[in-house]
Design a protein around this ligand. Sequence first.
Ligand code: 16C
Length: 258
Amino acid sequence: SQTDDERALSDSSTEASAVPSHPLWPDIERITLEQLTFAQQGVGEGWEIFEQDGEMKLYKREKEVNGLVQDTLKAVHVVKGVTGFEMANCFFQPEYRFGWETTLEEMKIIEKVSDDAILFHQIHKRVWPASQRDAVFWSHIRQIPDSENPDGEPIWVVCNKSLAKDHPAAPDKKGKYTRAFLTAVIVCQTIITKHPNDEDELSRAEVTCKISYCSHVDPGGWVPAAATRAVYKREYPKFLRKFTSYVIDECQDKPVRT
Ligand code: 16C
């Protein structure tokens, strides 16, 4: 049931993968690790919860620059029956994206940097009366040992970040779309409740996934602050519900993959 891309990814993540000689690679590495640290920090001063549904909690940290909303979102969730790898892989691999990303109109791979790093151009649905937004970003998936528990389950992280400069394959079509800028990170870790002496295969009842997701979207152009906040307060919870139920459905009849 594995696709070629998934096979390549799981092979490369067990060995030290070759460092791509791509000019973006140093940024991809550095920003992914910075975002991982940010996602692992708690929600102390400055964070305000705006939605809670069972284990799913969403917090915002408000900021405005010249009247334009630059809020950051942080969400935590606990999902039963799926692993960190399965969650992160569904978030990263392009073939799953339309199954859970409800804000999307078009998605194009503009460059494959490596098995674990891809550049995307996305056109998002229009929110009336604002102009339609597009985004060009890299996406990188990687596995990182848990420094607090090196023998435990690894941490899976996917980081998406807008390119700072225009890409020739996706020039900014000013007038047609307004370019938005995003930084998003999802951090997933499996909790296994199986007894270590139990030799049976790991079952879905014995795995739970802890998720932490952070996002910052600069909508670009001009959108009134109240409109931006109304859109994201609706869209982020919708994304988390849809994404987690999509991964559960996608994995339920397949062997558990850690
Ligand atoms: O992280 C998520 N998805 C990733 C894969 O797609 C990736 C994408 C991030 C979203 C970038 C949004 C760019 C502009 C959005 C335009 C408005 C779309 C709403 C359409 C509703 C019908 O990292 C999951 C993303 C979850 C949803 C994010 C929604 C953020 C909205 C921010 C406010 C923008 C207001 C702009 C009004 C025109």
